[in-house]
Write a protein that binds this ligand. Structure first.
Ligand SMILES: Nc1ncnc2c1ncn2[C@@H]1O[C@H](COP(=O)(O)OP(=O)(O)OP(=O)(O)O)[C@@H](O)[C@H]1O
Ligand SMILES: CC(C)(CO)[C@@H](O)C(=O)NCCC(=O)O
Ligand SMILES: [K+]
Length: 298
């Protein structure tokens, strides 16, 4: 029963979205973020921690600009936490998609005495889930992406995030987060082929380029499957999303790429769309700014 994002914007006076600006300001991703809709505050520093299945990222975000930052294997997060907390005294805004680790981190943060907010569907200011039957199922990184998209380009928006898994996170004008798509991440495809088929070699995803349409060697044949095949999946999924938005009476969603979708052949093939590598972090920062704004406005 979250609030309608537009009602929230009107009430709190933030996130005024200007479509013409979003299309013309193309200089610097962070400036863009600030100019089109980030909540304005006086020097508000936030310490962000975003924990995915493979890697954990931290960043100090001040005035919607990412400063010091780091990334590590998710398994190293707890051991690294004291060092991360020394990077900034600011409140922590975090998300974690591994429930056991989230419990451990929650306790560690409590012990540290730091003010910390975990992004969940129950505390996702400005994002509603009115038509989503069980919002508590949604990965919190996806909630961060949705809030980041609202702030960056406004709704409707479609985020394509490739990490361990690929997700589409879809935000409408009328209903907030309406749902999305979960599919294998690119490495799941390449690694799994190699792991399960004894005659297939290793194919690091970062080495993939768009080559021929027909493979004339084993590695080439795999490469076609994992590049053109993967892109075909994305395009088909996006087509379905567009149709559904149209049926809902929504405008055409602005597509934002993040994670692995901002790199390599995927980025190249989808160059018409905006890429924001820090979307999840910025969404976590925005969530914290909105909490502060609503606590101030009472
Ligand atoms: N050139 C490339 N083109 C497309 N995808 C790539 C490329 N290089 C790496 N990737 C994929 O992007 C993913 C890495 O993206 P990202 O850094 O967002 O995820 P992660 O932090 O590893 O995952 P998670 O957030 O799930 O822990 C990997 O799965 C990798 O396979
Ligand atoms: C899909 C991932 C793995 C993407 O990181 C994460 O968001 C997650 O574990 N989600 C839970 C299932 C859901 O989002 O519906
Ligand atoms: K991620």
């Amino acid at each position: 029963m979250g609030e309608d994002p537009n009602a929230w914007n009107n009430k709190h006076g933030h996130l005024q979205y200007d479509k013409s600006m979003a299309k013309t300001v193309m200089t610097n991703d962070i400036n863009q973020f600030r100019q089109v809709g980030m909540t304005e505050h006086n020097s508000t520093e936030v310490l962000i921690i975003d924990i995915g299945n493979t890697r954990a990222k931290w960043a100090v975000v001040e005035n919607q600009t990412v400063g010091r930052r780091g990334v590590m294997p998710t398994d190293d997060l707890l051991a690294t936490l004291p060092e991360i907390l020394e990077e900034s005294d600011a409140p922590v805004s975090w998300s974690c998609v591994i429930p056991d680790l989230a419990d451990l981190l929650s306790n560690a943060l409590l012990k540290s005495g730091r003010q910390a907010w975990r992004l969940t569907c129950h505390d996702a200011p400005g994002l509603s889930f009115t038509t989503y039957p069980k919002p508590e199922q949604i990965g919190h990184d996806r909630i961060a992406n949705a809030i980041g998209a609202q702030a960056l380009v406004g709704s409707p928006a479609a985020v394509i995030d490739i990490g361990t898994a690929m997700t589409f996170d879809l935000v409408t004008m009328q209903y907030g987060f309406i749902g999305g798509i979960i599919a294998p991440g690119l490495a799941m495809m390449t690694d799994y082929l190699q792991e399960k088929v004894s005659l297939l070699p290793e194919l690091p995803p970062e080495n993939l380029t768009l080559g021929p349409r027909i493979g004339r060697s084993t590695i080439e044949a795999m490469s076609v499957g994992c590049t053109r095949g993967y892109l075909g999946m994305i395009q088909t999924l996006l087509e379905g999303v567009r149709e559904e938005f149209s049926e809902l009476g929504e405008d055409e969603p602005t597509v934002i790429l993040t994670g692995g979708a901002t790199r390599g052949f995927i980025r190249e093939a989808l160059s018409e769309y905006r890429a924001e590598p820090d979307l999840t972090l910025l969404g976590l920062a925005e969530a914290q700014l909105r909490r502060l704004a609503s606590s101030k406005s009472g």
